[in-house]
Design a protein around this ligand. Sequence first.
Ligand code: PLP
Length: 400
Amino acid sequence: MQPFTGSFTQQEPIADDAIEAAVAVLRSGRLHRYNTVGTELGPVAELEKAYAAYQGSKYCLACTSGGYAMATGLRALGVGAGDTVLTNGFTLAPVPGAIAAVGADAVLVEITPDLVLDLDDLEAKITATAPKVLLLSNMRGHLCDMDALMAVLDRHGVPLIEDCAHTMGASWNGTRSGSFGTAGCFSTQTYKHMNSGEGGLLTSDDPEFMARAIMLSGSYMLYDRHGAAPPPEMFTDIRLDTPNMSGRMDNLRASILLTQLGGLETNIDRWNARHDLVADRLRGVAGVYVPNRPEQERYVGSSFQFLMPDAGAEAVQQVVAGARTLGVELKWFGADSPVGFTSNHQSWRFVAPQDLPRTDAVLAGLLDMRIPLTFSLDDCGHVADIIVHVVRNALQKGAA
Ligand SMILES: *Cc1c(COP(=O)(O)O)cnc(C)c1O
């Protein structure tokens, strides 16, 4: 088997039109979002307007990161020290990190083998802990049954904030991920669906929530210079009481993102063609489970996951090592200590330790791979061949 030589961390270059927009901002010297001339909105406000329209939400705030968007969302909902926030037992460290940032206690909810929130465990934990909010992480782009989820949350009066770092552009039954609860949080960090190095977007239809979020982001008293903000009267009662926790986006990043937004839908189709090619090859392989994708879900296949549910740690490690030898980078979430990034709840020592036997059983057999758009369809076919080859090898050895 020929080794694969592509890089799993190499994104596409920033396109020429985005580079030109960025150079124009640099030439102007006006990089700060409120440094505008006359009646011009400026790139950050233009981005807020354009992203709100794309998302189909009334309001949008551009900020420094996805993690900042989540912490700001929690603060704007009034979550603070000693409050309980529910979130997924399987997500990336910035999600429990945002809960820690506001001094709240994370209670982790089990996930299913389809990598989504276990709604029975959710309901049990709502009853047991009376949480202030669910910070739902649509981890690796897998959406739970959003209709069933909203029924549970409505029944108990629990508000929802969605972490959409992996679901920018995704939808459930035609409603965009991020538009189900009070707010959606998006990241424009290099490895997500738009690339400004770092950056975040917070969307909502709730005017009071968004007024607080805008004040929190460090808008001084310039909230009338936003692109998708509630009317100035929404700020009257809160503007002097809401602390400034500076986390504004700048015009340079916004100019890059504005031009990228126009290509997002095309890129989603490109990701999904690559993702589906790999998923289709793996689906029939004995000993492999590829998470189910319900027909209501429009996903963004910027990464691919599969499980080896009964293989055992040794076989899974053989798959990771065998794939690495052939140039394919698979991440295993069952490892004892985190490698590269931390998604196993046991490695979040800033969160009280919790018992999640079902999540642990899923993670023990879960493998994950990035799909950058720099891979061609042929590359993806090659990668899929390598994975099938190393999986079969590992399982045969185990059986022998
Ligand atoms: C990347 C990521 C975030 C946070 O985004 P940053 O912009 O890096 O702060 C949140 N949730 C998940 C699941 C992520 O992968």
